[in-house]
Design a protein around this ligand. Structure first.
Ligand code: ATP
Ligand code: HMH
Length: 277
């Protein structure tokens, strides 16, 4: 007799699509799968995007975003959730309202990746939505995971070294986040990439890896945040979940491949078994 298949933990990504399959929801689902959790999705926007850039974005009606969250939570349950591209103030407020109902950030670990623009510099968030992100969403986060551009937009700190990364992380925790992970991918010129984690109790952890010389890192931020979320869905303590995320993204950057004329994606294919029919 075969045993009943075990149901894996469930992680929910609330984010935008990328038609090129590199970033956003496509990266989230790959990271969740590679990290051993079931991927549920609440689509917040559709982008017209490829390796070269974003040529259009179309927000989903806010009540439809909220209903996706509620319908998943009400049926299968959510073990952890993350946000990526949320596009507008109205969608952020809908996520906050539905998130409060189902317990995101209270009962359920909640990672907020404050996506403002694509790696090509194309906006993915209305400029007037920054206030809602800072004042309403980030205070509910278990962990917030900005890159250095998002740090500048959210707390006005120019990160150039460990001290300024620490200052930025403190400012983000002061906004009400449970913890902040300041990602150092954009800090060129060092042979290492350092991501600095500060928790609300003031404990600091540095996650370091060798910097790969590659232009193919599309979807890197989304993949890291999703792998951390998967770790939380599996019940890992925050520091261990971030360590899992860093291990995942380091391998995904190592295996990133060229695709299209612009920036290729980080890859999860190394995690796929080499199976035959
Ligand atoms: N060249 C690199 N070599 C190794 N790791 C990297 C490199 N660039 C970024 N990373 C890692 O990838 C993750 C994402 O970092 P980054 O600061 O690039 O975020 P991001 O800007 O949000 O990503 P995205 O490119 O998706 O917009 C971090 O864990 C970072 O350490
Ligand atoms: C949909 C989407 N979300 C996030 C990013 C940032 O990587 C992107 N380029 N596209």
């Amino acid at each position: 007799m075969t045993a009943e298949p075990r149901t894996p933990p469930v992680a929910l990504a609330i984010a935008g699509t990328d038609s090129g399959g590199g970033a956003g929801i496509t990266a989230d689902v790959r990271a969740f799968t590679a990290c051993g959790v079931h991927a549920a999705v609440a689509i917040a926007a559709v982008t017209v995007q490829n390796s070269v850039g974003v040529s259009g974005f179309h927000p989903i009606p806010p009540d439809v975003v909220a209903d996706q969250i509620r319908t998943v939570a009400g049926d299968m349950g959510i073990d952890a959730a993350k946000t990526g591209m949320l596009a507008s103030t109205e969608i952020i407020e809908a996520v906050v309202a539905a998130g409060d109902e189902v317990g995101l950030g209270t009962r359920i670990p909640f990672v907020v990746d404050p996506v403002a623009a694509s790696m090509h510099g194309h906006p993915l968030l209305a400029p007037d939505a920054l206030g809602a992100l800072r004042d309403d969403l980030i205070p509910r986060a278990t962990l917030v995971t900005p890159n250095l551009d998002e740090v500048r937009l959210l707390v006005g700190v120019e990160v150039v070294d460990d001290d300024t990364a620490r200052e930025a992380a403190r400012a983000l925790v002061a906004l009400g986040a449970g913890a902040a992970l300041v990602k150092g991918g954009h800090l060129e010129g060092s042979p290492e990439v350092v991501d600095l984690l500060l928790t609300a109790d003031g404990t600091e952890h540095r996650f370091t890896s060798r910097r790969r010389e590659t232009k193919h890192s599309h979807g890197g931020g989304d993949s890291l945040a999703s792998a951390v979320t998967a770790g939380l869905a599996r019940g890992l303590p925050l520091v261990d979940a971030v360590a899992l995320g860093k291990a995942y993204i380091t391998r995904a950057v190592e295996h990133a491949y060229p695709l299209g004329a612009g920036h290729g994606p980080v890859s999860a294919l190394w995690s796929v078994a080499d199976w035959e029919p």
